[in-house]
Write a protein that binds this ligand. Structure first.
Ligand SMILES: [Fe+2]
Length: 174
């Protein structure tokens, strides 16, 4: 998936998303999960095609920024509608499972699902919390989870969440 394809799919999901794009689970978070996931995937051998789509879809069907039970299942269903034609059945199954179960507090031995979930959980600094090590799936994820917030953001070349976001607009807002 190229960056242009990522941006195109992201823009389609903006239309679906009823919460602030710069909110805790909005597009700003999707992009950070994408970045973390791609970095992890270099070492975990995760399928990047699945990881990038997970980043976009996993929180895209939320109704609120709280617990929102069921948003993972809704995301999985949405991902299948959008991606079934682009991915192999095996990739689609990984994406579906990763989205559907990401809210269940599990870890996974599958490198792709584990990378998806670690990437999501390593963006916990935006909530002013530290990653919970028992919820990290991959070896590299655990090493990064143990870093200070400063060093983790530095590793991923991410700005602190508190810094004003740039460049995330719905078309109607641009
Ligand atoms: Fe998330």
């Amino acid at each position: 998936m190229t960056d242009a394809e990522f941006a195109h799919l992201e823009a389609e999901l903006f239309d679906d998303y009823g919460l602030p794009l710069n909110g805790l689970h909005g597009a700003r978070h999707w992009r950070r999960v994408d970045k973390l996931g791609r970095l992890l995937a270099v070492y975990t051998n995760a399928d990047v095609e699945v990881v990038r789509r997970f980043a976009l879809f996993h929180d895209s069907q939320r109704y609120n920024d709280e617990t929102d039970v069921g948003h993972g299942q809704r995301a999985a269903d949405r991902a299948r509608q959008f991606c079934a034609d682009e991915l192999s059945p095996e990739q689609m199954q990984l994406l579906y499972l990763a989205c559907a179960s990401h809210e269940s507090g599990l870890t996974s031995d599958d490198p792709t699902i584990g990378t998806c979930w670690d990437a999501d959980r390593l963006d916990i600094d935006r909530l002013d919390k530290l990653p919970w090590l028992t919820l990290i799936s991959t070896e590299l994820g655990a090493r990064i989870a143990k870093l200070s917030t400063f060093d983790r953001l530095d590793w991923a070349n991410l700005e602190p969440w508190t810094k004003k976001p740039r460049g995330i607009f719905r078309e109607s807002q641009s």
